[in-house]
Design a binder for this molecule. Structure first.
Ligand SMILES: Nc1nc2c(ncn2[C@@H]2O[C@H](COP(=O)(O)OP(=O)(O)OP(=O)(O)O)[C@@H](O)[C@H]2O)c(=O)[nH]1
Ligand SMILES: [Mg+2]
Length: 177
């Protein structure tokens, strides 16, 4: 049994929001030795094992999660309808959240206001970003926010979430051995 360092859930209220593609965008190295769980490791850190759970809605065993990426689709207004309920459950269970609006490269098909994610995030003290899985810029933003998210001190993340602070927390990754 491997030691899992971080359990990340990637979820959304509806399907087809780009969750599976987002997990690929993170550029993690998939570990093949555990058929029951999707385990990955960071390319530059042998010790850090990440379990990723993709889910539509609220995954079971919330107490096992270290963090959640709550996704919506900027080309599908309906994908935002479930966000308040979803975020509320994670926040009340003290799971650190990041709200991610995907497919922002599809500017013509966009149906949601770029500020709406921030507004909803603000209501819950949850940070919100818009990004995409296609452009280099989008993928780099997702990777950067992922690294910040998994290396952040959970206590600090939750504290700011409870206080409704949505400014990004600047952290320094621990040096790899
Ligand atoms: N243009 C664009 N297309 C995207 C983006 N992310 C995902 N897609 C496309 O959207 C479709 C759905 O992506 P998936 O990653 O399968 O979405 P999902 O949320 O995992 O879908 P389910 O698991 O079925 O709920 C695919 O055709 C992707 O190629 C994005 O950021 N931009
Ligand atoms: Mg999927």
């Amino acid at each position: 049994m491997s030691q899992v360092s971080f359990v990340l859930a990637v979820t959304s209220g509806v399907n087809n929001t780009g969750k599976s593609t987002l997990i690929k965008s993170l550029g993690l190295q998939e570990l093949k030795y555990d058929v029951h769980r999707k385990l990955y490791r960071l390319k530059n850190n042998e010790q850090y094992i990440i379990q990723v759970i993709e889910y539509n809605g609220i995954p079971p065993n919330l107490e096992l999660l270290d963090g959640v990426f709550i996704c919506y689709d900027t080309t599908n207004r309906d994908s935002m309808d479930y966000l308040p309920d979803l975020i509320n459950v994670f926040v009340s269970q003290h799971v650190p959240c990041l709200l991610i609006g995907l497919k922002s490269d599809l500017t013509v098909q966009r149906t949601v206001d770029p500020q709406l994610g921030h507004l909803i995030g603000n209501l819950f003290g949850v940070q919100a970003i818009e990004a995409d899985n296609i452009t280099l810029q989008g993928i780099q933003l997702l990777q950067k926010r992922f690294i910040q998210f998994i290396y952040s001190d959970r206590k600090i993340l939750l504290q700011s979430q409870q206080q409704g602070m949505t400014d990004p927390i600047i952290i320094t990754p621990p040096s790899t051995r």
